[in-house]
Design a protein around this ligand. Structure first.
Ligand SMILES: CC(C)(COP(=O)(O)OP(=O)(O)OC[C@H]1O[C@@H](n2cnc3c(N)ncnc32)[C@H](O)[C@@H]1OP(=O)(O)O)[C@@H](O)C(=O)NCCC(=O)NCCS
Length: 230
């Protein structure tokens, strides 16, 4: 059983002091953002990662060796990991919300989405399996919006846990229906995964899900505000 901590922050909690904690790659990415809101999301995500890992390891946040190498192209934008450690974490941001989930010894994936503003019907066509799509379309219209984001975050949490990201064909990834307990039913390629899925509540207007590749022990949820204000 693996205990998981989920920490939530807000984009407006980003500060210049956080950038002081970053390594060269993170500073370079930070400097390249043209849109302030995306820069703030990145800043808060990196800062939560470094501040919580520092607390867990006793290593100063700026001294933690984080690797972000993409497994596809070796660029500095892949799933981040703490070098030489069995601590695992997953970062997600959408709108004003930034979440980071932490565990020891098992891979995990977190996804948060602001529950509005997508081409919902178009994305549903592309990412739901035929059976999911039929069930989703049969829902009364007022329920479809929330159900879509539940499907989407459940699926994305799984592909973030495996590290496949959106390279995994989402329309071959089958999860339980939004009205049912969250569960992975089929992973693309028939890959057998011991996945534990949980819906999270990141606040009004947002949906989120967490997938742990193993049995989940205790899940604790934390406000990153005081840590970020440091
Ligand atoms: C990972 C992915 C699913 C994230 O989707 P998203 O909804 O846009 O973004 P989220 O906010 O939920 O997650 C972003 C975070 O996921 C993490 N991440 C990046 N790649 C990841 C991967 N392959 N698996 C899991 N997490 C990943 C990063 O921490 C990133 O945040 P950061 O860069 O600010 O630290 C999507 O970006 C993806 O599929 N990326 C891989 C695509 C790829 O391989 N492209 C080839 C590049 S050469």
């Amino acid at each position: 059983m693996t205990d998981v901590q989920v920490w939530w922050g807000r984009a407006d909690q980003a500060s210049a002091a956080h950038v002081e904690l970053f390594n060269e790659i993170e500073r370079d990415r930070h400097a390249r953002f043209r849109v302030a809101s995306a820069r703030d999301q990145f800043t808060v995500g990196c800062a939560i990662v470094r501040l919580v890992l520092a607390d867990m390891t006793g290593i100063a946040p700026e001294k933690l060796e984080l690797d972000r190498e993409c497994t596809r192209c070796a660029g500095p934008h892949g799933k981040p990991r703490l070098v030489g450690s069995d601590l695992r974490f997953s970062v997600s941001h959408s709108g004003d919300r930034i979440g980071v989930a932490f565990a020891t010894g098992v891979e995990l994936g977190l996804d948060v989405e602001r529950a509005e503003g997508r081409d919902r019907d178009g994305v549903a066509d592309a990412v739901l399996t035929p059976a999911e799509l039929a069930g989703w379309r049969a829902l009364p219209e007022p329920q479809r919006e929330a159900a879509f984001y539940t499907y989407w975050t459940r699926k994305e949490s799984v592909v973030k846990a495996t590290g496949d990201g959106l390279n995994a064909p989402m329309d071959e990834l089958h999860v339980s229906a939004p009205g049912e307990p969250p569960r992975l039913l089929t992973y693309p390629g028939g890959l057998a995964l011991d996945a534990t899925m949980t819906d999270l509540d990141p606040g009004p207007g947002y949906a989120a899900a967490l997938t742990v590749l193993g049995p989940l022990g205790t899940l604790t949820v934390h406000d990153a505000g005081p840590l970020l204000a440091g």
